[in-house]
Design a protein around this ligand. Structure first.
Ligand code: PML
Ligand code: MG
Ligand code: MG
Ligand code: MG
Length: 257
């Protein structure tokens, strides 16, 4: 892939109305593509939206634009899978891991109390000093964008780590790697809004990407994505890193190629 000329491709799909008109979020996706791969890239995201466990979309939007900033290459976070037998055990482990990353206990509890109120399709930013939500994006949240991991390199990595080449794992790991690469990110807590997917994770620079096999019950369409962030002097710079800085995840030994 010609990394000097990449396009950011972004898709979103919803049921009944568009998101801004109150429609139900079905699917979203983003990737980086060369010009010659654009047809295939658009098709990949179209397929993702058309075959979704959250429902059939009535509204679908896709766009691409050239990325003009230099692309940053980043190593994937190390991955570990924690098998749990109940959601309760999974959520206890998530809290324990968040504490290990440096999020204070009272802030974790405060965040958990607020989770049912959110119903946001993007991510929520929580200040680890106050426990307050600081993104100011109401029901939209923050959408992390302009990131990808080339399939061949991802598959090589997955094989070497005996990790399944699951596209969902790839997307989530790319996002978590980008988010945790910023020094102000303390941790991320995530589980899917898809009713058929119950594995989630806690991620940070120091603990890596810790998958937890049950963070909700099957059938539940409530997802969660929280970034715990150290108090910010300039939240706008942090949010533009999340939304605009182009990142390619790549194994270190391949950074020169
Ligand atoms: C999502 O579906 O949006 C998030 C999935 C998070 C877990 C992915 C995994 O590691 O299996
Ligand atoms: Mg999604
Ligand atoms: Mg790709
Ligand atoms: Mg989803």
């Amino acid at each position: 892939m010609d990394q000097s000329r990449l396009y950011s491709v972004r898709m979103r799909a919803s049921e009944k109305e568009s998101h801004e008109n109150g429609g139900k979020h079905i699917s979203g996706g983003e990737l980086l593509s060369s010009y010659s791969d654009l047809r295939m890239s658009v098709n990949t995201l179209l397929e993702k939206a058309l075959n979704h466990s959250r429902g059939k979309p009535d509204f679908f939007q896709i766009q691409f634009e050239i990325v003009n900033q230099p692309i940053k290459l980043v190593n994937p976070l190390p991955v570990q899978t924690n098998e749990v037998t109940t959601v309760k055990e999974g959520q206890e482990l998530a809290r324990y891991l968040l504490k290990k990353t440096g999020v204070p206990k009272n802030i974790i509890e405060k965040a958990y109390k607020q989770i049912p109120e959110y119903g946001v399709r993007g991510a929520i930013l929580i200040d680890i000093q106050t426990g307050e939500r600081i993104d100011g994006r109401t029901d939209k949240g923050v959408r992390v964008s302009r990131m990808d991991w080339q399939t061949g390199n991802f598959e090589k990595w997955a094989k070497s780590k005996a990790v399944p080449t699951n596209p969902r794992l790839k997307e989530a790991l790319v996002l978590a790697t980008k988010v945790c690469n910023h020094e102000l990110t303390i941790a991320e807590l995530c589980w899917s809004d898809d009713p058929d997917y119950i594995t989630g994770y806690v991620a940070s620079k120091n603990i890596g990407y810790q998958r937890i096999t049950q963070l909700k019950h099957f059938g539940d369409e409530r997802g969660c994505r929280i970034f715990f962030v150290d108090t910010l002097s300039d939240i706008n710079t942090y949010m533009s890193y999340l939304e605009e800085q182009p990142i390619l995840v790549q194994l270190e030994e391949d950074h020169e190629t």
